[in-house]
Structure formats: C-alpha cells, structure tokens
Design a protein around this ligand. Structure first.
Ligand code: SAH
Ligand code: SF4
Ligand code: F3S
Length: 438
C-alpha cells in the first residue's frame, strides 16, 4: 500500500472552527490522509479561516503568501481555504491567490474528499453552497481513536440575530439545530474514546431547538439528557445570547451537577443607545437583571463576556456606561475588541469613531477587565475545586488541568491526564492557579 498522504490544517477563529477542523481531518482520513503538524512535508494544506474582524481575514492572505515557496517547489501540493473567509469571499480568494486549489464553505465540509480528488494540476474546486442535505449525517461517526479528556461538540450552527456589526449570519447561514439523537450518539462516541468533558457549541447555542422524542428540545433539556451519560462528567456550552437564556436553562445551572459554573454571555456594550444601534434587542438593565437571576441559581458562577468599543456613534458617555456595566457585573473572564467594519453589514455604512479614541477606550476597558479577572481568580485561593487534568506541566511531576470555573490549575502530585480530582487552591499567578490535591 502507498504511504498515507499528509494533511496540515491551520485553524483560526472560534471553537467551532476547532471542531470543524477535527471533522475535516476525520473526513480526509477516509480519503487516505493522516494529519501532520508541519506544512513542510504536507501533501495538502488547509487553512480554516475566520472573517469576524478585518485583521483575522487579512491574515489568511499573508499566511498563503508564506506557502508560495512550498508550492513552487512541489506543484502537486494542494492548498485549500475553508471556513468563514471561504464562505464570504469564495472565488475572490483564488483570484487574489491563484495557488489556492480549493475553497470550501463551512456548510460543505462533507464534500471535501470529492473536492480534493477534483482539485490540483490546474483544476480548481469551489463549494460555498448552503446545501439541503445534513452535513453532519454525511460526515458519519467520529472514529474510535483514543483522544484527550475534553472535546467540543457542535449542536447548533448559524445565526438569525443579525447584529449590525457581525458577519456570522452571512458566513454560517441561518440557525440550524442538530437532532437530539445525533448529538447523544456523538457524545457517547466521545465518551468511549476517553472524553469526560464536552463543550456544546453554537453561534447561538442557547437558541438550540433540536428534534427529539416528543418534539422540539431546548438546550436545557438536552443538557439534562447528556448529564445521564455515565462517564461524561462535565458539560459546558458556548456562546449564548442574553435573549435566549430561558428559565429552565437558568435553573439547570443550579440543579444539574455536571453543568459547570461558567457562562459566556456577551453583552457588547453597556449603553442602551449603542445596544439599540447594534440591534442587540435588549437593554443594559435587562442584562444585569438576567445575571442576577443566574447568580441566584448558582452563586459561584463565573461570568465571561465580549465587548466591542468604538462602535459607530459611540460617545464618551456611552463608553462610561460600558465601564459602569462592567463594574456592576464583575467578570471573571472577558474578550474585548475594537470595532472592525465588515463588508455587507449595516454598521459598515456608518461614520466610524476616530481610531485613536477607540484604541484609548479599549486600553481603559481592558485595564478594568484585567483587574476584575485577577480579583475573581485571586478569590479562588483557599477554595476547593474540581480539576480535570489535561496535560503535563513544565516542571517535573507537574500536571495542568482546568477547574470547574475554567481556570488553568497547576498541581504537583500523583494524577494522570484524564483524572478528575479535588484540589485546594493555594496560589494565584497572572494567568493560572496553583493548588494541592485535597
Ligand atoms: N454569537 C456570539 C458572538 C460571535 S462573534 C454572540 O452573539 O455574542 C465573537 C465576538 O466577536 C462577538 O461577541 C463580538 O464581541 C466580536 N465581534 C463580532 N463582530 C465584530 C466586529 N465587526 N468588530 C469587532 N468585534 C466583533
Ligand atoms: Fe453575530 Fe449577533 Fe449572531 Fe452573535 S448574535 S453571531 S454577534 S449576529
Ligand atoms: Fe470567525 Fe466564523 Fe467563528 S467568522 S468567529 S470562524 S463563526
């Protein structure tokens, strides 16, 4: 038999791209490819791209530029672009970078092996359809190879919310939820392969409404069902929209032991005027009340968020409202970005904020968020938490895992990858905690 060909995948963007890259590697495994971690000896290079901000999208072209020499030396090397830039720019990618052989959008991954067979030697393959067939059903099972203790599992994809700044509804398409049985099967497969923690993924994961026994299931019902799986010990989900946090999902944070005390709930801005112009469809006050209800159900929950500063029309007063909201919520983790105008979105037509002003606001917001994150992390010292160990640390005998609250925790002691142990936190460093087995 011929040696297997080698596939190198580089992944940008969100967790869903990480999940998609795994699925693409598995699909290409069926076509005789094994993964390699270097582009230098690859027979095929696949960039799984992100279009969310201009910088992310432009990175694709500079990356492609770096593969030019490889392609010149080995003309049979196939180069593919997948993900959200593929969806948004399609053929334009091949025009700007003629060495690209194939372009595949996020809804067409199941067609990748066929496309690979067609591409190369001067012929190109492009697929950015939103096909009728279910790509997940076509992608089949996830194989049986042993894997690490944590995994992503996409349960919902696409977005119908159309926030004024965001490309996701265009790159990922309309909201679609996977059927309950399909999700449960995939979760069982993962558990058999050694997974103890799954993170359910969706662009609007809490808008999940998959077909299940008796009709439509909510995310809360799906989580409660997953919690019955022996061997699955931890469940997380991301990303949620405030308007889709229903009562049962809030309650699940209080009564479902396997649901971890961490919630990523982006608000983007603390100013009602800006929220309205962003088309977020809720106020700052509604968001704060929602957080209070979630904390009533699970007092120690760690709240994480996303913010955009310098959205068109944002004034210093609007920004002060954002700072005030942050002070009130007390985030344990946060991501903040300078607004980036994206082609085809409504906000891209509006007068931009002076970039110097926007940068200054980002600096101030990040200083506050960093301080809060550190305070929340420092407050863990002295507490006992669950830690799922994921890898060896740098020091001899040291192991690293994630706490229930998703903090990285270093421990020296008799534990192995995949162990779930109780740990007493003893120290807080800038980006991680240290502790001792309890
Ligand atoms: N579905 C999620 C977010 C997906 S995008 C939600 O509804 O919150 C991830 C984050 O990128 C967003 O929360 C937002 O903070 C940021 N983002 C999206 N579009 C952006 C843009 N045009 N400029 C800057 N940041 C943006
Ligand atoms: Fe983008 Fe808004 Fe949809 Fe989130 S809810 S993916 S920010 S359009
Ligand atoms: Fe980026 Fe697409 Fe995810 S634009 S953030 S890779 S959904």
């Amino acid at each position: 038999m011929a040696d297997p060909r080698k596939l190198y995948i580089r992944t940008y963007g969100c967790q869903m791209n990480v999940y998609d890259s795994e699925r693409m590697a598995e699909a290409m495994g069926g076509a005789g490819y094994v993964e390699t971690d270097s582009p230098d000896d690859a027979d095929m290079i696949l960039l799984n791209t992100c279009h969310i901000r201009e910088k992310a999208a432009e990175k694709v072209y500079s990356e492609l530029g770096r593969f030019k020499d490889l392609k010149a030396a080995r003309p049979d090397l196939k180069i593919g672009v997948a993900g959200c830039v593929a969806q948004a720019e399609g053929e334009e990618i091949m025009r700007r970078q003629p060495m690209v052989d194939l372009v595949v959008g996020p809804q067409s991954y199941h067609r990748l092996p066929e496309m690979e067979a067609k591409a190369g030697q001067g012929s190109k393959a492009l697929d950015t359809d939103f096909p009728e067939e279910d790509k997940f059903a076509r992608l089949k099972g996830r194989g049986k190879a042993k894997r690490g203790p944590t995994a992503f599992l996409t349960v919902q994809e696409g977005c119908d919310k159309f926030c004024a700044f965001c490309v996701v509804p265009y790159t990922r398409g309309a909201e679609v939820s996977r059927p309950v049985a399909q999700v449960l099967d995939e979760a069982r497969d993962l558990v058999e392969r050694g997974v103890r923690e799954v993170t359910l993924l969706g662009q609007n994961v809490n808008a999940y409404h998959g077909d299940g026994p008796g009709g439509d299931w909510t995310l809360a019902r799906l989580i409660r069902e997953l919690a019955k799986l022996d061997g699955l010990d931890r469940i997380r989900f991301t990303t949620s929209h405030p308007n889709d946090m229903d009562d049962d999902l809030i309650a699940a944070h209080g009564d479902c032991d396997k649901l971890m005390p961490y919630l990523h709930l982006p608000v983007q801005s603390g100013s009602d005027r800006v929220l309205k112009r962003m088309a977020r469809k809720h106020t700052a006050e509604q968001y704060i009340r929602l957080i209070e209800r979630i904390r009533a159900a699970r007092p120690d929950i760690l709240i994480s968020g996303d913010f955009i500063v310098g959205f068109p029309g944002e004034t210093e007063d609007d920004f002060a409202d954002t700072m005030a909201l942050v002070e009130e919520v007390r985030y344990g983790q946060c991501y903040s970005f300078k607004y980036s105008a994206r082609p085809g979105t409504p906000a891209a037509e509006r007068e931009p904020v002076d970039p110097v002003v926007a940068s200054d606001r980002l600096t101030r917001l990040q200083a506050l968020l960093t301080r809060q994150q550190r305070e929340v992390q420092d407050a863990m010292v002295g507490k006992e938490v669950g830690v799922l160990f994921e890898r060896k640390g740098r020091l001899p005998g040291q192991m690293v895992g994630k706490s229930d609250h998703l903090h990285a925790v270093h421990v020296t002691g008799d534990v192995a990858v995949g162990d779930l142990a109780r740990v007493r936190i003893t120290e807080s460093a800038p980006n991680s905690l240290a502790g001792a087995l309890a």
